[in-house]
Design a protein around this ligand. Structure first.
Ligand SMILES: Cc1cc2nc3c(=O)[nH]c(=O)nc-3n(C[C@H](O)[C@H](O)[C@H](O)COP(=O)(O)O)c2cc1C
Ligand SMILES: [Fe+2]
Ligand SMILES: [Fe+2]
Length: 399
């Protein structure tokens, strides 16, 4: 049976959920699943905005077929060529032989790269400012290069003031019958996954996101329809504000995230001792993570949230403990900025992890290293009380 929802006059969600996929992009765990959103406009002309991942292809096809009721499909707008949305393009082209494909010039190039089927005679390049009139609706295109691929287009429907935003404003998490953000408790149940999605998938491209947010500011937007997760039709300021903060890599909360690596528990003990003292001092927004057991994507989401980060690492064969090294590499890869960072180093004969963490963080823009920190020789002793007090004081001073 079909599974669709109406978004607005003539506009329908025809996407599908995947709750079987273990890791998105074969990298990021998605215990709450993921949705691949696709939208169908049934006007004088019929228009599909993006296809779907091949794993949900059959459901997606059935949804489109049901709503078309035998009508031809006139256009497929390709906003994004990443296979989680583009995998079913060739199949749709075969099912709907009259369908024209619209996309950016780079989408046209990628179409040839991804599919053996020659679709070039059916492909039309569209660029920013171009208009597609479908009857009651008028669609205009907005270039969104590097959000988070180069060929990305967003689409704006003037009639309903809907911004089809491609991967921007997307989130991990399958839709559970609810299609709108106002039908769920987004802040409680979705925000962490939305932030984790942003940080890990789009986080590196804050500049391009800022550029597209500036363009969007000149539009009247009543609805934001992303390619993953709930659609926004109320309280748009809430998610626009989050996106503004996230894309500038500005902290959302004045909180402390403590991440440690530890083989035998001594570095973990120092991290916990610090957390206890911060908790005692009244810090409410406080989290402690073991880097060996928490997925890096969760840590990156937390770094995107909080203002202050503490990283604790043993020295390991003259270097950093591998999970800590992975964290620092990811922070560099995603271009983390504007954070305060304190360091805890441990070593039994030649502690080097502090120096190595410091040099790894040096290139990050506006990342301030706290003067206080802990240097541990094997295990933190009670005699380190003063060092600990100074560290707590400096962390508190910046919250
Ligand atoms: C495989 C291995 C390699 C290590 N390499 C170094 C090292 O190069 N320099 C050093 O000072 N300590 C080294 N250590 C010692 C640890 O850094 C030290 O014992 C630390 O207290 C471990 O903290 P933990 O209890 O949190 O695991 C090494 C330990 C292990 C198990
Ligand atoms: Fe994507
Ligand atoms: Fe996507």
């Amino acid at each position: 049976m079909h599974c669709t929802r109406k978004l607005a006059q003539d506009i329908y969600w025809v996407g599908a959920d995947d709750r079987r996929l273990e890791k998105f992009e074969n990298l990021f765990p998605i215990p709450r699943g993921v949705s691949y959103n696709s939208y169908l406009i049934l006007d004088e002309k019929t228009v599909l905005l993006d296809s779907a991942d091949e794993t949900v292809g059959r459901t997606f096809e059935a949804n489109v077929e049901h709503l078309l009721e035998g009508r031809p499909l006139d256009y497929l707008i390709i906003q994004h060529m990443e296979p989680d949305h583009a995998a079913c393009i060739a199949r749709m082209a075969q099912l709907y032989p009259e369908m024209k494909l619209l996309g950016s010039a780079q989408a046209g190039t990628m179409l040839k790269q991804f599919f053996p089927l020659d679709l070039s005679s059916r492909f039309e390049t569209v660029k920013e400012g171009d208009i597609l009139a479908t009857g009651n609706h008028t669609l205009s295109f907005i270039a969104a290069p590097m959000v988070h691929w180069p060929e990305v287009l967003m689409t704006y429907d003037m009639a309903t003031q809907t911004l089809f935003s491609a991967d921007a404003f997307g989130t991990f998490g399958a839709l559970n019958g609810h299609i709108f953000a106002d039908e769920v408790n987004f802040d409680r149940d979705w925000l962490d996954d939305a932030r984790r999605y942003y940080a890990n998938i789009v986080g590196k491209y804050g500049g391009p996101v800022q550029a597209v947010l500036k363009k969007a500011a000149s539009l009247q937007i009543s609805m934001i329809a992303p390619l993953h997760g709930p659609v926004w039709r109320q309280d748009l300021e809430y998610i626009l504000h989050k996106y503004d903060l996230w894309s500038r890599c500005q902290p959302e909360t004045q909180g402390v995230v403590i991440c440690y690596g530890s083989m035998y528990g001594n570095t973990a003990n120092a991290a916990n001792a610090l957390a206890c003292r911060l908790g005692e001092a009244g810090v409410k927004d406080l989290a402690v993570y073991d880097l060996s057991t928490t997925h890096l994507s969760t840590i990156m989401g937390e770094i995107w949230r909080a203002s202050t980060l503490v990283i604790a690492s043993p020295t390991y064969n003259g270097g950093l403990y591998p999970p800590v090294e992975a964290l620092l590499n990811d922070m560099k890869a995603l271009a983390v900025q504007n954070r305060r960072v304190a360091l805890i180093e441990n070593g039994s004969w030649a502690p080097a992890s502090g120096r190595m963490m410091r040099s790894a963080l040096e290139g990050l823009k506006n990342v301030t290293l706290l003067e206080s920190g802990l240097t541990i020789r094997s295990a933190l002793q009670e005699s380190a009380g003063e060092q600990m007090e100074a560290l707590v004081k400096e962390i508190l001073a910046g919250l």
